[in-house]
Design a protein around this ligand. Structure first.
Ligand code: ADP
Ligand code: MG
Length: 460
């Protein structure tokens, strides 16, 4: 690859990474976008390399428009995207078009002979820290915890599936791994497969591509326990969903335990077929509620103990009080202050904690939501919320609606599609249109400018 304008590239990519994560979520970003290598911007072309043809096609089909749109917002000279394949075996990538020798048959048979989900894969996909022993139980998670323990004890499923759901960072994956470890320990002979929904999809697509779907199906239908984490990921992915549905039914029919996690309850899952939703709620649905102060403090104490560290209880209380978003962030904060103290060699005080965690603490102050903005704007212009969310086009409604969209774009970190969704399912282009319109209007209309300033002031 020619040496391009590396400086720009890094910053363009850095600049758009948060937008891409915002649009597609961490998991998808990690699987499909972070493996891309950014080569540079030259003559209006943003150049990326993908590690395989498959990856390249996938990115083009699913992410190209978004990458382009965000890059253009950050660097207007970018006109198009070019994707190259740079595999470890560089030759096969460049001779793609003129295949001289046919090798795919050999590849397929190698895969056929290999187990799809080996024990090695299984063990290496589990985090050794995520055990029942390390899980702190409180009111908010006791049902999920008890149900998880229960499925590891009995031989035949009592409830099938076990469906765990709750917000991000509240311990779903931790419980899933704990179940897997425990079953592995208690019932050596049981074949347990733990997969993120994303990995499920990836393996399935790979099998399809290698014309090996039947051994994929077979290997999944022969397990004793199937665990699928973050099943919301297959929302809208119809072929994968269909395959999952069949696997699920086959296993439940044979009385094999299925355990699922998701960020929402079966009924609230988006873009998941009704048949599958109803099947998912057949067994036990256990939710994990947001953490309480006591649970957060308990988790911090147990982590500090596990690390064999000493931290002033007041500091732990301060963290438990301030960091309310989720356990992952709480742990991250604890790790940071401990790392800092270890490096500097000073004891941790509330003052140093405040200093080291300034950014986290700030983002944990109550976040302004689109809903807050809509309510305030409705109040201000004396319209009803239902009107705000409708598609009515009378002037007295459209103006507040445009203003609310404008404020949502400027005062929250939500993306245009997300904002559209919150306004009764509008398209991102109509949000963009509103934002642009207001931006333009306030340049000449000082009354509108004052209204917006007042609203902004009252929302802060
Ligand atoms: P989720 O899958 O729900 O997004 P995770 O299971 O990945 O969340 O949890 C995030 C982090 O918080 C993990 O490091 C996990 O160990 C920790 N955690 C969450 N809940 C608890 C708990 N009740 N006790 C101990 N650690 C917890
Ligand atoms: Mg998880």
């Amino acid at each position: 690859m020619p040496a391009l304008n590396q400086q720009t590239v890094t910053s363009v990519w850095d600049a758009i990474t948060p937008n891409l994560i915002d649009d597609f979520g961490d998991a998808a970003f990690k699987s499909w976008l972070s493996p891309l290598v950014f080569n540079g911007v030259k003559d209006g072309e943003l150049s990326l390399s993908a590690p395989s043809n498959f990856m390249k096609d996938w990115v083009v089909a699913h992410y190209e428009q978004s990458i382009l749109r965000h890059s253009q917002a950050s660097d207007i000279t970018i006109k198009k995207l070019s994707l190259h394949v740079v595999s470890k075996n560089a030759k096969s990538a460049t001779t793609d078009a003129g295949q001289n020798k046919k090798t795919p048959d050999a590849k397929v048979s190698v895969i056929r002979n290999k187990e799809f989900f080996s024990e090695e894969d299984f063990i290496s996909s589990l985090d050794p820290r995520y055990t029942f022993d390390n899980f702190v139980v409180a009111k908010s998670n006791e049902l999920a915890y008890a149900a998880s323990m229960r499925v590891t004890e009995s031989d035949k499923p009592i409830y099938n599936p076990l469906f765990l759901h709750g917000g991000v960072g509240l311990g779903k994956t931790h419980l899933m791994h704990a179940i897997a470890w425990q079953i592995h320990k208690n019932h050596k002979k049981k074949r347990v497969v733990y997969l993120s929904a994303e990995k499920f999809m990836y393996s399935f697509i790979k099998a399809l591509r290698l014309k090996d779907a039947s051994s994929f199906k077979e290997s999944l239908r022969n397990v004793d326990v199937l665990m699928i984490d973050d099943v919301q990921f297959i929302g809208g992915k119809d072929t994968t969903q269909e395959e999952f549905f069949h696997t699920f039914n086959a296993l439940v029919d044979q009385q094999k335990q299925v355990i699922i996690s998701a960020d929402k309850s079966p009924n609230d899952l988006e873009k998941i077929g009704d048949r599958l939703k109803s099947r998912l709620s057949w067994g036990l649905v256990a939710d994990i509620h947001p953490t309480t102060y006591e649970l957060r403090l308990g988790i911090l104490q147990s982590k500090v103990e596990a690390m064999n560290m000493e931290v002033d209880p007041q500091v732990l209380e301060f963290l438990a009080f301030k960091i309310t978003s989720n356990v992952r962030e709480l742990e991250g904060a604890l790790n940071r202050i401990i790392a800092h103290a270890t490096l500097i060699g000073r004891t941790i005080t509330i003052d140093t904690t405040q200093e080291v965690l300034r950014d986290v603490l700030r983002s944990n102050e109550r976040r302004l939501t689109i809903d807050d903005i809509q309510r305030r704007v409705c109040e201000f212009y004396q319209i009803k919320m239902s009107e705000m969310l409708s598609s009515k086009r009378t002037q007295n409604i459209t103006k507040p609606r445009h203003v609310a969209m404008y404020l949502s774009k400027n005062m929250t970190t939500k993306s245009l599609p997300e904002i559209g969704k919150n306004f009764g399912g509008k398209d991102h282009t109509s949000v963009l249109h509103s934002v642009r319109k207001i931006t333009k209007l306030i340049q000449d209309d000082s009354d509108l400018m004052t209204e917006i300033n007042t609203l902004q002031e009252s929302l802060r």
